[in-house]
Write a protein that binds this ligand. Structure first.
Ligand SMILES: *Cc1c(COP(=O)(O)O)cnc(C)c1O
Length: 402
């Protein structure tokens, strides 16, 4: 099918949940994707921080193919080797002792939220169920994770939501101190908010928050679905801050595009899930976990994360030059290769114009351009984007003044 045929059919047969860009994609290779007509686009979105090792990674394609010919799925009634190997390498490289596998970010967060409720119930009984989340957070779109997502515009039309959630301003310790009570069982937070606009936790905030939680046996959940898996230049974002949670959730880049989610927890917390308390038919299939195992091992190879740090710092400095040069570029935020540029005008047109020039970026919270290139991106590719971004920003900014 050509691009127009795909788009026309999509308008007829798909639910209208997404405001899609005017672009159909057919193929990818490394940091580049191609439309059905063969036009090339340099990808600074990575399918929303998912294809971190690039598109059509050859080694990964071999692993997926081999595993597809060996064993795709048997359910969690049985043990399989790729699943236990993946859990082993993940737990060896962070605070956690045990893993529950799901199929998406929202499901990983569902598991984490059920786990904290169960832990608290087992230890303290009914009534200690309050979960605190932060303004502008994003935790998913299922009813439970939509409730956890403190963006009220996304709640519109779906009430009643799930009981027991309280929203606090991000980076506000005083508000947290005041809100913690006998009813609180957990705090859930993204170390760097992704969908909320690439907002970083302030130095000291996360460690004080962790201290406060620990002193009251309130469990701390880090949602690293977007910023985990090397995105910030650390394997897991909280390692940048030197603060450990009780539970961490992962998804997006974990299997480089195959659907997976994971909730990881400390032993004492993980014990709250016994047989029959939680489950997923597809969670942690041999196919998906074999792919994820490759991804994790690749990212842990010497030099991989160093490159993310190096290219990320270079990219951030180039973007910061725009702040110095142009009044309408307000701020650059982020770590490693999750970077956000705050504009003083809406960014949608910048994104649309860049597509026409062969670059994929995205825009959120109306005025924030977000860059999530594959982690294999190089300075050379950043240099390809920068002049085009600069001239596009200038053109759109000039229109604003008219
Ligand atoms: C994307 C995302 C989710 C939801 O993941 P899905 O796979 O879309 O359900 C949850 N939390 C964060 C921080 C995310 O970026």
């Amino acid at each position: 099918m050509n691009s127009n045929e795909i788009k026309t059919l999509a308008e007829k047969v798909l639910m209208k949940t997404y405001g899609r860009y005017d672009l159909a994609l057919a193929r990818g290779q490394g940091a580049r994707v191609y439309d059905p007509e063969g036009n090339e686009y340099l990808d600074f979105v990575s399918g929303l921080a998912v294809t971190s090792l690039g598109h059509s990674n050859p080694a990964l394609a071999d692993i997926i193919t081999d595993q597809a010919r060996t064993l795709v799925h048997v359910s969690n009634l049985y043990y399989t080797e790729p699943q236990v190997k993946l859990a082993k390498v993940l737990t060896e490289n962070c605070f956690a002792d045990r893993v529950f596998f799901a199929n998406s970010g929202a499901e990983a967060n569902e598991a984490a939220i059920k786990l904290v409720r169960k832990y608290s119930f087992d230890k303290y009984g009914l009534g200690r169920h309050q979960i605190i989340t932060m303004g502008n957070s994003f935790h998913g779109r299922t009813m439970l994770t939509l409730t956890a997502t403190a963006q009220t515009d996304k709640h519109h039309g779906f009430k009643p939501l799930v009981e027991g959630f309280t929203y606090l301003p991000f980076n506000d310790l005083t508000a947290l101190e005041q809100a913690l009570s006998e009813e609180t069982c957990a705090v859930m937070i993204e170390p760097i908010q992704g969908e909320g606009g690439v907002n970083e936790a302030e130095a000291g905030y996360l460690s004080k928050l962790a201290e406060l939680c620990r002193s009251r046996d309130v469990l701390l959940i880090f949602d690293e679905i977007q910023v985990g898996m090397g995105r910030t230049g650390a394997m897991f974002a909280h390692q940048l801050y030197g603060v450990e949670p009780d539970i961490m959730t992962l998804a997006k880049a974990l299997a480089n595009g195959l659907p997976i989610g994971a909730a990881l927890a400390r032993e004492e917390v993980a014990q709250a899930f016994g047989p029959g308390t939680h489950a997923s038919t597809f969670g942690g299939t041999p196919l998906v976990t074999a792919a994820a195992l490759y991804v994790v091992e690749k990212m842990l190879e010497p030099g991989f994360l160093d490159q993310v740090k190096r290219v990320g710092a270079y990219f951030k400095s180039r973007l910061s030059d725009l702040v110095t040069k142009y009044d309408y570029v307000k701020e650059v935020r982020g770590q490693g290769l999750i970077l956000g540029v705050q504009l003083d005008f809406p960014g949608a047109e910048v994104v649309a114009k860049l597509i026409n020039k062969g670059f994929l970026i995205n825009c959120l919270q109306e005025k924030v351009l977000r860059f999530l290139p594959p982690l294999i991106i190089t300075e050379v590719e950043v240099d390809l984007l920068m002049p085009v971004l600069e001239e596009t920003l200038a053109a759109v900014a000039a229109q604003q003044e008219v």
